[in-house]
Ligand binder design. Structure first.
Ligand SMILES: Cc1cc2nc3c(=O)[nH]c(=O)nc-3n(C[C@H](O)[C@H](O)[C@H](O)COP(=O)(O)O)c2cc1C
Length: 224
């Protein structure tokens, strides 16, 4: 296989002071992202959803196979079908399937088996991970789709749209409702819209680990 190479275009080298400023304002923006569970029914134009999904599609992926598919749903009937199926799974989860340890972990978030936002929010984006695609087997599928979903959440947040990463387990019902093939695995159901008036978030979710806990630097070894 021969690999054709083209010049790197669009690359911008910044002075270090600008880099620090840009990172500081990006950190500011991202620190304000919150998972919300109370959505307004205010419509969001389809074009914005398309643009955000284009951003997601720029993610790196194993062998550039781009093993993702996004189903963007605003149709009320489909949203109702998803809510009914999700609540059925969530009832089984909260009242039996979930371990005590898992329920304890969810307790500070105050979540339960009721998912009204699946009908209230203007958009649901079902993200599917493709085990196989046009190019045959896909590689690092979970990692790639996770990265694309992260970019999608970031893009939506950057324009003031709230999201909830929802994972009713199992999510196989999504494949059927969205008409996707069985070579695809439902990855997450992203709920998208504006926060409802007076929307509250769990204070627990504001606690993020400090840098010292999430990073280890290996720099030059101290001289003996
Ligand atoms: C993979 C994944 C699955 C999640 N599933 C759910 C879910 O099913 N229901 C829910 O209410 N929140 C879900 N969340 C949201 C988390 O609870 C939330 O991200 C966490 O509490 C931190 O809050 P923050 O997003 O506001 O920082 C999920 C998040 C991730 C990354």
């Amino acid at each position: 296989m021969s690999a054709e190479a083209v010049p790197l275009t669009g690359y911008e080298r910044l002075p270090e002071s600008d880099m620090a400023d840009r990172l500081a304002s990006f950190q500011d923006l991202m620190a304000k992202r919150r998972t919300i569970r109370d959505f307004a029914d205010t419509p969001v134009p389809r074009q914005l959803i398309e643009q955000a999904i284009r951003v997601a599609g720029t993610a790196p992926s194993g062998a550039n196979h781009q093993p993702w598919h996004f189903v963007a749903i605003s149709d009320p009937k489909t949203k109702t079908a998803i809510r009914q199926a999700a609540e059925e799974e969530e009832r089984a989860f909260y009242h039996g399937r979930a371990s005590d340890e898992w329920l304890d972990a969810l307790e500070p978030l105050g979540t339960d088996d009721q998912k009204p936002f699946l009908e209230t929010a203007p958009w649901l984006i079902a993200v599917f991970a493709q085990k196989r695609g046009d190019l045959g087997k896909n590689y690092y599928v979970t990692e790639s789709v996770g990265l694309a979903t992260g970019l999608l959440i970031t893009a939506l947040h950057s324009v003031g749209l709230g999201t909830l990463t929802h994972t009713p387990a199992p999510m196989t019902f999504l494949r059927e409702i969205c008409g996707r093939p069985n070579t695809e695995k439902p990855f997450v159901l992203l709920v998208v819209g504006y926060p409802a008036e007076g929307c509250k978030v769990p204070s627990y979710a504001l606690e993020k680990k400090p840098l010292s806990e999430i990073v280890t630097f290996k720099t030059q070894a101290p001289s003996p």
